[in-house]
Each structure stands twice: as C-alpha cells, then as structure tokens.
Design a protein around this ligand. Sequence first.
Ligand code: CA
Length: 267
Amino acid sequence: MTSRRAAGISGWVGAGLTDIGRVRGSNQDAFAVLNSLGVWIVADGMGGHAGGDVASRLAVDAVVRTIQASPLAVTATPNVARPDPGTLREALEQAVAAANQTIFHEAGRQEDLAGMGTTLVILHLTREPVPIATIAHVGDSRAYRFRRDALTQLTEDHAVVDEYRRQGLMSSAEAKRHPLRNALSRAVGTDPHVQPDIASFSVDPEDLFLLCTDGLTKMLEDDDIVSILRTPRPPQHLCATLVEAANQRGGEDNVTVVVVTRPTPSP
Ligand code: CA
C-alpha cells in the first residue's frame, strides 16, 4: 500500500472543527492542526466570563510556538532521523509547561482572568515507515484511536469523579451523574506547575485518531462515534458529521474535534 505524501511529511493529515453548540454564549474551545509537523492540538478553556476562551487560545498558541522552535520541527523535515523518545517527551513537556506559564502569568496580571485554565491534548505522529503516536494531555479532553471498527480511549480523564472511580469509590454510572462531574483534578494554567500524562502507542496505517473536547463525549456514546467514523470519508467531513451529531443531541457545550488519518491512494 502506498500513500500520497502531499499531506505532510508525517504521511498523516488532520482536520479540525469547533462549534459553540446550542446552549453556551461563547466558545471556550480552541484547536490547531499542524499537518506539516505531525502535530494536532485541542484545548477546552474554563473560568470566568472571558477567561475560558483566553486560556484555551493562549495554550494552543504557546504549544504551537514551542513545538515550532523544538527539535520536532527539525525531525519533521525529510532525511532527518525521527526524534528519539527522550527528545519527543521533552518537547511535549516543554510545550505544556510553556502553555501553563503563559496562562498562569496572564491570570495573575488581569483580575477578570484570575483562575482561568484549560485542558490540553496534543497528538504527535512520527512519519513512516513505523509511525508512533505520542499523546500528552492534561484535563478531560480526550484522544481516541479508531481501528477496525473499535474505538479505544487513549487518555484517562483528569477529572475528580474519575479519580474517585479509579479508587473504586464510585461507579461509572454514578460518575456520569455526579454534581462534580465537570470538575477537573488537573488543569493547565491554574497552578505554577502542571504535569502532563505522556504515552506512546503503536500505529497501523489504517488507524484514525480523534481528539475532542467533552462537548462531544457528553452528547454522544462510543457507539454513536463508531457509527460515524466507520464510513470512510475525509477528516473534514467526519469532523462536520461529529459536530452535527453532538448538536442534534442537544449541543449542551462547545464541541471541538480533530480527526487525523493517513490518506488512501486514489483508485
Ligand atoms: Ca467543555
């Protein structure tokens, strides 16, 4: 199987879409698609009237700037060796730290932004022949892998109820209904330092990756997402269908999705 390389040096191409939803007065989500670097980012801001959308935008911009100045930008060019795992991990940690510092600093400078923060999920894919997916995340925005009709969540939510659930103090059903279900146990920008979870995964050429905010996963069950992703369509079409489905179910929150696939050759 051959692939078209026009999509970017990693061989993978992503598209993203964000929507205010049907209920909220502003969109506090943000995303970035860096196909040429093999990097995709989603953030879901929180705090105050203005803070949420400021925090998510600051986070995404800081991650983009940091990665563009990192060894990942060099190793994304042809004939340069892929980043070793240590370099990759360090670049992602620095990107999250830069986002954290920027938001924490701004929140301390402007009273109306005090306490703002954001989730952050970053996907990096190394190029062929043996691609590796590495994901850094903080908060409850998620990364999924869709492989042979199976949807696998690759991130564990940093949410208070999920910490309870992991400790056996609460069932999944109780966690979904709990008044604290939206409270994060870890966020970017609310404290001087934050530790992201970083993990790497093997990749099949047919894999599809989905990054999303909770505006998608609160409205749709896994089966709904599977039924949309199993129809082979370009990433931008899948994004539009996912957002539309979340809105049809009520659109109770802002919804943001990024879909990354390896383009198949034209017949
Ligand atoms: Ca949200």
